[in-house]
Design a protein around this ligand. Sequence first.
Ligand SMILES: Cc1ncc(COP(=O)(O)O)c(C=O)c1O
Length: 499
Amino acid sequence: MKKITKKILCMLLALAMLMTLMSGCTQKKDEQKKTPVSTQQTEPSETDEPTPEEDVVYTIDNIRDYVIGVDEPVELADGTSRPMINFDNAATTPVLLPVLDAVDREMKMYGSVGRGFSPKSNHTTDLYNATRNTVLEFVNADPSIYTCFYVSNTTDGLNKLASALVESEDDLILATRMEHHANDLSWRERCQVIYAEVDDQGRIQYDEIERLLEENEGKVKYVTVTAASNVTGYVTDVHRIAKMAHEHNAQIIVDGAQIVAHRRFSMMGDTPEENIDFLVFSAHKMYSPFGGGAVIGPWETLVQHMPEFYGGGIVKLVRDYDVAYKSAPEVYEAGSPNYPGIVGMAAAMDILNEIGFDRIEEHEKKLNRRLIDGLGKLDNVIIYGDTENIDDRVGVVTFNFSDVNSFVLAARMANNSGVATRRGAFCAHPYVWRMMGISDEEAANFENCVDMNTPGMIRVSFGIYNTEEEVDQFLQILEDTLKEFRETPSLGGSANQEY
Ligand SMILES: Cc1ncc(COP(=O)(O)O)c(C=O)c1O
């Protein structure tokens, strides 16, 4: 009896301990669970690392809470630390927590893509292929007309496309003087390129495109144009250009590097003649810095070509002296793919859609207006592009001061105040020289110049998480730094101030 009572007591004690433990766990879990974020802005806490949440609705007002590293202090020249003001989003964007989380989750099931016999390999292969539809949907591309292949970034995509589409060095491409080098040199080095000029404000001249198409009737194979400039932020009416190109039997290629994280992009125009043929973009400019990117193009054209890029994964059969290649899209993807890059890119697309491109556009316009108005109040400022009508500009603003060297100014703001901008000619030299009024002959003098002796501008480029408060802080830092240079010539601010 005594023995039984002891046994029962022990069991009760164990049960009580188990219940306490379980209630502790439940409490911990509840404590950890953040309140679902609604459309209200939440104050980012300095100590809290963001945690992935299933039930969050991501909005333009709360997205800053889910940007990794946004509150991470960086060390300044005086040894103090503060979080950066990151205004260099046209170069690359930070990672969003839900994007990182999606990549992290998928790594548990990671296996070889299209090459293995295992449940993980099957899962990875299925998701890799299914993501093509996510990409097509993101840019409103009808899957019966278009397919997509994955690339490392826009540069890789444009080079692969050029390598596949250019058939002879006499092929003629029509580009513009607004292009990033990726969408200029990829063609220039392979065939003949003619360029449509920009106007005094730096906008593409549509009439020039029409004129060049007529002047070279039937000879232009592709018109290639950026959807948004990385120098002035101008958004191109690509559907208008598509119509012109198609009327002259050319196809249109769009460099989408600066558009896909900023404005809703549709491959489909109002009429079939206005449809875009090819679009190329990078995932690292859309909050997924794991590499990755995509080229979207018509089945009909892509199946007729392949890039000069060879290896495994693109063949049906190889014999001693014969190769049978697969077709599009696989034939454009030699080698093992960057799976995390593709998972991250798809997750980023979901978040951008959830936030909504109307809200993103509205937010960027607000930031642009505030910055341009603030800059306009500063002495000796030169702001590039149209500062009145800014509706056709994504969040990119470039400027200079006629009496302070832009290189030393940007460097001092970075080192002393933790401000990230970009300074230089942004891999769009011909366009930047035009905007700065530097002739092609003059530009030849700068070939061997370095640092402060190179011509260039300062560029601010916004992401979805930047705030009006940051713009105000930036303007204050800029004003204070300009004052330092003007009052203390020994700081070297006036060196080659023209540039
Ligand atoms: C308009 C434009 N095109 C192409 C590129 C090249 O992109 P990536 O470096 O990701 O290849 C950039 C990069 O800044 C760009 O701004």
